[in-house]
Design a protein around this ligand. Sequence first.
Ligand SMILES: *Cc1c(COP(=O)(O)O)cnc(C)c1O
Length: 243
Amino acid sequence: MSLEPDDIAANLAAVRARIAAAVVRRGPGREPILIGVGKKQPAEAVIAARRAGLGDFGENYAQELVAKAEAVAAAVVPPRWHFIGPLQTNKVRKVVGVGALVHTVDRPALVDELAREVARLRAGRGATAPLELLVEVNVGDEAQKAGVAAAELPALLDLVAARPELRCVGLMAIPPEGEPEQTRPYFARLRELARREAAVARPGVELVHLSMGMSSDFEVAIEEGATMVRVGTAIFGPRPPRA
Ligand SMILES: *Cc1c(COP(=O)(O)O)cnc(C)c1O
């Protein structure tokens, strides 16, 4: 059961208030972008949040993104979409087709496929702006976790810089699970990696965004410099077991 529109609107207001308080604690900086993560929630839940004023939404599965983007566009002014799940190269076309900002670029094959897709679009309809993306970093050095290893980050950014079709606008991370305060050092680590790599001149790489923080820890993430927080359950309630 997904929440009623009024409950979603009330949750959204509460999350916004918590974000504002965290911004005060953090001090000057970019206003964080709140991304409502609607994975496994019905399109109606996303539409309710859109009607309540939310402009950014994230999805984890390419097929679900495409279906939901269509259903949402039929009901309200389309939001900006973010793709925050593991991305297989054979799903790149779908995700780029929706215009989603991909947060989870973590390997050379994916960089190549994204550049190829943009080149293909350019050949078809002429000028296409460079595709913006974020690189996901495995900040906890966890085996089996998505994200490029911190040691491989410079090489992956070099690869993006070599592709005029692409523009890297920031880094993203999903820290190891833990209490909010336990995630703080991982958020700080992502910020430091971005600061270090921003000092390297690379065309097409401008690390202005840090996508970090979820329902359980978005305030800590903002205190550590998040410019994009990805919040699901705190807005939409618990996810149903099945899509
Ligand atoms: C599901 C998900 C979120 C949102 O998680 P909540 O705990 O529901 O806020 C954020 N980021 C990613 C990458 C996710 O997969």
